[in-house]
Each structure stands twice: as C-alpha cells, then as structure tokens.
Design a protein around this ligand. Sequence first.
Ligand code: ATP
Length: 346
Amino acid sequence: MNIYLKNITKRFGKNTVLDNLSLCFESGQLTALLGPSGCGKTTILNIMAGVLPPTDGEVFFGDQCMTNAPLQQRNIGYVFQNYSLYPNMTAYDNLNFPLSNLKLSGMTRAQRKAYCSEKINSIAKLLRIEDTLTRFPSELSGGQQQRIAIGRAIIRDPDILLMDEPFANLDRKLSVEMREEVKELQQSTGITTVFVTHNQSDANAISDKIILLNNGIVQQADAASEIYDRPRNRFVADFFGEFGSNIMDLDDQGRKVFSLISNIPPHQAASVSFRPEAVTVENDKGPFRVKSATRLGGSWLYVLQYEEFRISVLSARKLQLAEGVSITVDPLCVTFYDSTGTRMDQ
Ligand code: ATP
C-alpha cells in the first residue's frame, strides 16, 4: 500500500519541524528516512502512525485519507527504538498481546487459543526465536528482544511496518546481521516498510529508496547508488557516503587548484565535489603534501594539502608517497553546483 504525506506541516509551539512536506512511500518497498539528529525523522514516522497529529496537511494510505484515523484503525506495525516490550510478560505473551483484542468472530475460546498459538509459532519460526518464547525480556539478548519487537509488530499482518532506529541499540556485528534479516523479512512478506535511521550504512545496505532529510526538508529521495553518484546538492554530497566528498569553492584560487587536478572546465559553477575514491595520486613531485594517512581495515585514507585546500583520497592499498605528489580526478565522478549549492546538470 502506498503512503502519501501531502503538504504536512508540524509545529511544536513556535518550532516548525516540518513545513509543507510532501512524501510518497511506495507499496512493497523498504524505505529509509535518513538525516542528522533532530531533522524530523521520528516526527514523520509518528504522523504516519497516527501517534502525532500533523498541524496541517493530509496522510493517505492508498487513496484513503487517514489523517484523523487513530493508530488502531491504520493497520500498522510499529517497532519503537527501545523495543517497548512488556517486562513482566514472557516473549510468548508479548507476541500474543496484539492478538488479544483481535476480532475473531465465530471462534470458540479453544479455537481462538489454537489460532493465536499457531500464529505465534509461525512468527517465531520466521524470526528464529522459537527457543526464547518462555523467557522474559530481561533474559533475552538485544538481538532477541529486537526480533520479539518485530514479531509483535507484524503478528497482525499489518499493511505497513514502521521502525524507529531499529539497529541503533545493537553492536555492529549484530546490527549487520539484523538488517539483513529485516531485508529478508520485508522481501518475503512484501510489507511496505519505513525505517528511521541516522546511520547511512544501514540505509545504504538494505533500502530500496532513501529519503535524505535536513531540517525537515527532503534533500534527495532516490536509490542509494543514485544519491551517492549524483548528489542533488552540496549537503547530500557532504553528508552521504562514509567519507563524504571533497568539496571545493570555485573562486579564483579554487579554479586554479581545480585546473591542476582536472581538465574539465567548470564554466559557471560555484563549487565542485568529488568522492575520495575518485582521486588518483602520482608520485611526481607535484604540489600536494601528505597531511595524514589512516588505515581503515583493508583500505587507506590520505589527506593531502596544497595551500588551504585539503583533499581526501581513499586507496584500496597502502601508497608509498613522496614528499610532493600530484593528483587527478576521474572526470566521470565530478559534480558541479551553482551558487545555491544545487547540482548543475552536465
Ligand atoms: P533523532 O535522530 O535525534 O531521533 P529526529 O530526526 O528523529 O532526531 P525528531 O525526533 O523528529 O527528530 O525531532 C525533530 C524536532 O522536533 C527536534 O527539534 C525535537 O526537539 C522536536 N520535537 C520532537 N518531538 C517534540 C515534542 N513532543 N515536543 C516538542 N518538540 C519536539
């Protein structure tokens, strides 16, 4: 089911967090809401869930207007960041809880119990938590608690699954495992899923589409590869990508230095960006000096400097660099921006 947020404004007192925002989440897709802390991601999720009313604007599920519908009518599963499991209930009872007020007309008490038990066992199997069902949340690991929270959110077959920072409380290895599992689950169920994250590697790894926000404004909504390769503005170039981008203002000095590393004419551009891995270094006594070299697992990040210009270079191997080096940039990886910081189409 498509979700459409139309002209949404949200104010908390005098603080306008979302200002006339329109967004579409496509049916059956896994979409990440990504952006710096405080940019309004959780507010958007809560407006979709009906936990928060928008100050203005409308929320549509398919073609049905849901703006004023309460959470119970939205058929949504919501995984909160802290999981919000009931501490005095076993994992089984936590999973059973959403089923307790499910309308199952015509069923006897025994039939109802059997139905719920079958449902819980099939979810437990899907999420590989069959062995944990008799335990209380305090007796479960972070990953197991998270699986229970996801199970509880999807046990009533919701049309939409919303997750707030689902991997934030897990260590790196477990979060990598869990995000793959969430992807598999989403693909096997086909459920329209939106998750909030400030961690771009999570967004990058599993989403069909990333909506990148800053200050409540959509900066770019695209597949991860498109955002990485064709940032729509300087904010995106800088924020997205583990090592950001090299960004140079093309004033007189900037143009002079850019002409040393690329022969693409910048024409009217006010600035330019290129990724650290798009830079090649030559040991030929050029003007750049090595400022720092950092080992990053299997690769190396070098910072080179010429006058006030610092250029990051990512290399798959350790480089033996002389005192002065020159650099060139892959022409296919250069993006120019106008004076508003918007990408100029080349
Ligand atoms: P984070 O990644 O840190 O969780 P976020 O992008 O999810 O941040 P939100 O939680 O949506 O951001 O908050 C956006 C802005 O709205 C923040 O400035 C926050 O302080 C403010 N805000 C959120 N909820 C409320 C509230 N109930 N009352 C007042 N201000 C709020």
